[in-house]
Design a protein around this ligand. Structure first.
Ligand code: PEP
Ligand code: MG
Length: 578
């Protein structure tokens, strides 16, 4: 029996077989392509080349802090190789001359280069030999239908180096369910973690790659992602398995108890109603609204819609996506749509952003939108159109200064004027709010209050920017702590300003669904929380245990604490007392 530690991204206990993500064995056949279909085949190959480049760029970005310069240079070399005119020309030529399929052409030309480099005994070429193998595998992976490989994953615990949110979604759409996920890279607030949480898949991150070899494919392991346990148990004994089956059943019973509360009002012991909403990125989340009796959507992350497209979606396309996803819900319940928040860790495969040394401090969110007003206006018009007759609100991400807010508000007014002139119906009275993710907004919340209808606190980024700690960093996980008194103070400032000025205030970062954080937010007068759908029933059970009149002291104690340990003790103490 061997235990390996990680960090939890979604809590739970799973006992299951392992699927290991590993380089695939390619069985490439030579296929004849009809002359009139060869152009189509070439387009298919070019797309795979582009996708491969994008994969490497993303990987490079994600691994920036994990790898040394030499290793990063290897990834750079792969991108350069994918652009190598000789290599590209050779593949295209053989496809046209021999009328053959892309997979075979890639394999044949790559093998040719591989053999060539092998004959040259120089170590530089030795490196290039492995580079060519690597990139050809990547292109082939992108060319080949992945279904076959995915079939094996169904119902297993996925263990891999990294996973993209879109990969996880793709798998879900293809009816592949994961019992659990174990990844080498990614943090609790990375987007794949958020998605896994929304899907309720127990997930562990930050495990060391060297343990992979210790896993046997299809071996049964235990994944315990409960906070403070956060481990994998390899080769568990019979007794351990029995113990975990017992624990798992207990958790399931507790969940059932929580689900029974769904029929009861979400209010505190002293009768204060608390609004629990869900965060939405795609259809999988929307399905949770009715089931969990959520009060609406507190954050609709529109990035996924852009990520799933092959180019920027047009106004019409966006209108139909919003309609399909939240059209019906928004007739009854509030839905907050956030404008595109790309940059830093959120990328679009078809859109190359300018390289920056510090992308998290660079052009992201509203900064990108205000520099690319065509993209922004298309989205604003689409949101305005869908808002007609519905309870839709609009929200801007990564606002730092009042000037930016005024600029985007002016653009929204222009869009309204255009729609008016064109005789198109739109939500005239749409409310506008901002994400509070940058410390400047918290410090200036009083002044911002004059210009917004509501604030929504994004604790994922707010923590990162207050503590100057990358939310994805593996090394600094201890520093990235949303319970740090500085972060809670910033949140309290915003709540005070909003309440004083009669503006809405909610939290939509990952913290909103955490037991201890719910006590803290309620103590600050924040009664509107938006979270992943799988947290709603638990959150409801916590709310029903709280008495607001008892929280005054708690707020004082939190705000005078020196560190998060003290704060957690206070919050936990309250939860245990009840
Ligand atoms: C946040 O930063 O807390 C947030 C909700 O936005 P995202 O996680 O999409 O960056
Ligand atoms: Mg954010």
């Amino acid at each position: 029996m061997l235990e390996v530690k990680g960090r939890t991204a979604c809590e739970g206990i799973v006992i299951g077989k392992v699927f290991i993500q590993k380089p695939k064995e390619f069985n490439i056949e030579r296929k004849k392509i009809e002359s009139n279909k060869i152009e189509e085949e070439i387009v298919r190959w070019k797309k795979a080349m582009e996708k491969s480049k994008e994969d490497i760029r993303r990987l490079k970005q994600n691994l920036k802090k994990k790898l040394n310069k030499k290793e990063l240079d290897i990834l750079m070399a792969h991108i350069v190789m994918l652009d190598d005119p000789m290599y590209i020309k050779d593949i295209e030529k053989i496809m046209r001359v021999e009328n053959i399929n892309a997979e075979y052409a890639v394999k044949k030309i790559s093998d040719k280069y591989f053999n060539l480099f092998e004959q040259l005994k120089d170590p530089v070429y030795n490196q290039r030999k492995s580079d060519i193998k690597d990139i050809s595998e990547r292109i082939l992976e992108n060319l080949l239908n992945e279904e076959e490989v995915k079939g094996d994953m169904n119902g297993k615990i996925f263990v891999g180096r990294e996973m993209l949110p879109s990969d996880l979604l793709k798998a879900i759409y293809e009816n592949i369910s994961f019992k659990g996920i174990v990844l080498e890279y990614g943090g609790e607030t990375s987007h794949v973690a958020i998605l896994a949480k929304s899907l309720g898949i127990p997930t562990l991150m930050g495990i060391n790659s060297s343990i992979y070899v210790k896993f046997l494919e299809n071996e049964e392991i235990i994944l315990d992602t409960r906070k403070n346990y956060e481990k994998i148990i390899i080769s568990p004994t019979k007794e351990t398995i029995a113990e975990y089956i017992f624990l798992r059943n207990e958790i399931e019973l507790e969940k059932e108890e929580q689900e029974k509360l769904l029929e009861l009002p979400c209010e505190t012991k002293d009768g204060i109603g608390i609004s629990l909403k869900i965060n939405v990125a795609g259809m999988v989340d929307v399905l949770g609204i009715e089931k969990n009796k959520a009060d609406g959507v507190g954050l609709f992350r529109t990035e996924l819609m852009y990520m799933e497209s092959s180019s920027f979606p047009s106004e019409e396309e966006q209108v139909s996506i919003y309609e399909e996803l939240i059209g019906n819900i928004a007739k009854e319940k509030e839905v907050v749509i956030r404008t595109l928040d790309i940059g830093a860790d959120k990328k679009l495969s078809y859109y190359e952003m300018k390289k920056e040394d510090n992308p998290f401090l660079g052009v992201r969110g509203i900064r990108h939108s205000l520099r690319n007003t065509k993209i922004l206006k298309t989205q604003l018009r689409a949101i305005l159109r869908v808002a007609y007759g519905k309870k839709i609100k609009i929200m801007y991400p990564m606002i730092t200064k009042i000037k930016e807010l005024l600029e985007v508000k002016e653009i929204l007014e222009k869009c309204k004027e255009e729609l008016e002139k064109e005789g198109i119906l739109y939500g005239k009275e749409i409310e506008e709010g901002i994400m509070v993710e940058v410390p400047s907004v918290s410090l200036m919340a009083e002044q911002f209050s004059k210009h917004v209808d509501f604030f929504s606190i994004g604790t994922n980024d707010l923590t990162q920017y207050i503590l100057a700690t990358d939310r994805l960093s593996e090394e600094l996980v201890d520093l990235y702590d949303p319970y740090d008194p500085s972060v809670l103070k910033a949140i309290s400032f915003v709540a005070d300003a909003a309440i004083k000025n009669g503006k809405g205030v909610s939290v939509c970062g990952e913290m909103a669904g955490e037991e201890m954080a719910i006590v803290a937010f309620l103590s600050m007068g924040i009664y509107d929380l938006s979270m992943v759908r799988s947290s709603i029933s638990k959150a409801r059970s916590i709310v029903r245990k709280i008495r607001i009149s008892e929280l005054k002291e708690i707020k004082k104690e939190i705000l005078s604490s020196e560190n998060s340990k003290e704060i957690k003790k206070i919050l936990n103490g309250y939860l245990k007392k009840e």
